[in-house]
Write a protein that binds this ligand. Sequence first.
Ligand code: NAP
Length: 326
Amino acid sequence: MSDAVHVKLLIVGSGPAGYTAAVYAARAMLNPMLIQGMQPGGQLTITTEVENWPGEVEIQGPELMAKMEAHARAMGADIVTDMVTKLDLGRRPFVAECDSGRVVTADAVILATGAQARWLGLPSEEKFKGFGVSACATCDGFFYRDRQVVVIGGGNTAVEEALFLTRFASKVTLVHRRDSLRAEKILQARLLKHPKVEVIWNHELTEVTGVEAPKGVSGVVLRSTLDGSTRMLAADGVFVAIGHAPASELVKDQLELHNGGYVKVEPGSTRTSIPGVFAAGDLTDHVYRQAVTSAGMGCMAALDAEHYLAALGEVEPAPQAVVAAI
Ligand code: NAP
């Protein structure tokens, strides 16, 4: 601990919530340190076009995140490429241990670790992960030029992945367990009129079939959710896009969680069950889960942290009128 660096505010995570918190906290002279985590920039770095970030009719996800990072740096935030592996919220100051051996102590912490892709949990899915089964079309789509792929899911992610895969694949089959999609209407319209796309409604994936040498996927077994009948479909790749789970592993035994692992915050704030610890973005939001709402929560977390630190006497209290006017 003697080598520990002390900061007033530590931000964990580098999606829209983390970077926005860093911009606001830096402007409030809190000298925040932000630790980026395993995937700097978060989920938006593995998407392509973003069309719902206000002010940008269309921007690539990685470009948007690079701009957010540059913005946070320009405001003076200390952006660190490292991963927090242990976080002790039971002592003051809080202690974060990182993969590199770095130890950081902090008077306040903003958690913005986001969410990660969910899997179906099938043994055959596990067996072929990385060998034809993927949860990231932008990472792996390129390998399916002129091949047939299957996408599982009916939300925005599944539809976006399916549309992205049409750039490479000869055929994209989207398999959904119900008879209607929950994706935005504009995405649904694009999907349903795409000549390379077929949708199989009311079916779920029960098995990924494949070969051993070289290891690869040959097809899927689908089961009807209406009558239980099964059918086989030839496929070279399977993309699982069934939603995301909050990345709350670091704090699951320390903070109050709800709704299957989301960090619980006081309604209308980012305050968690431990004073001085704030949560923002997909880690805490099981309803909206948008880049822009995450950014909004990042802003709230920085303001909440500022008020908390002011009450501790760590920083000058922020004039309420100015905060309200920002
Ligand atoms: P999601 O909206 O939760 O959709 C998950 C989909 O997977 C649903 O259609 C669900 O079916 C299906 N599913 C879940 N568990 C399944 C299972 N065990 N077997 C088969 N199907 C299963 O997740 P998401 O698409 O990843 O989106 C997450 C959030 O990010 C959403 O709020 C979304 O709007 C947002 N997002 C936004 C954009 C954008 O704005 N362009 C892009 C990507 C994501 P049911 O429909 O039957 O429940």
